[in-house]
Design a protein around this ligand. Sequence first.
Ligand SMILES: [Mg+2]
Length: 232
Amino acid sequence: MKQTYELLLFDADGTLLDFDRSEHAAMRKVFARHGYPYSEELLQRYRAINSRLWRDYEKDRILKPVIHMTRFQQLFSEYGIEGDGAAFNREYLDALAAEHFTIDGAEEVCRALSQRFRLYVVTNGVSHVQRRRMRDSGLEAYFSALFVSEELGVQKPRREFFELASSAIGGFCREKALIIGDSPTSDIGGGQAFGLDTCWFNPSGRPAPVPPPTWEIHSLRELPELLSPREA
Ligand SMILES: [Mg+2]
């Protein structure tokens, strides 16, 4: 099959940017600033609370501000920390925006691909956090545009997210677009439902989602070869 992709839609967190490392670094800094105890166990508990709130939000059980208002409040009450969870959340987001660790190979792969494809970012998250991290990481220069869920008012895997992003991309055509991301639901499921070819970034070797993605890679460095022009 001859590949005819022209547009590459990249997820950001866990695909180009190392969110887990940024989250940990930002959390440690803000906890230290307040003199609150911080541990790996606390971080894991925060992640569990945060994931549950995000799932509730995706199922329309809560509104987005509830996530930001309550995730640290709940964590603080479980750990007996006296603090303002909502204010702490704002400080945490500012600290998070300043951390921009990249996934191995992201810079060189984006640079190489940007010479042959139009690159876009499709990301869920807070606008200033995502935009600043893409800018500070040096990756932004390779992208024609960034689509951030907070700005679109809807997030992946919702169809409206992909409709809004694609309608803002000049000459968008489903057959010529490939979405690349680490999330089986947001990126692969969302992309499939919108009729896109999908490339699952699976660095830790998890079992593939069903239905399977069009492509699966374990390192970003596989992408230039995968996307090189070929005939069969
Ligand atoms: Mg991701």
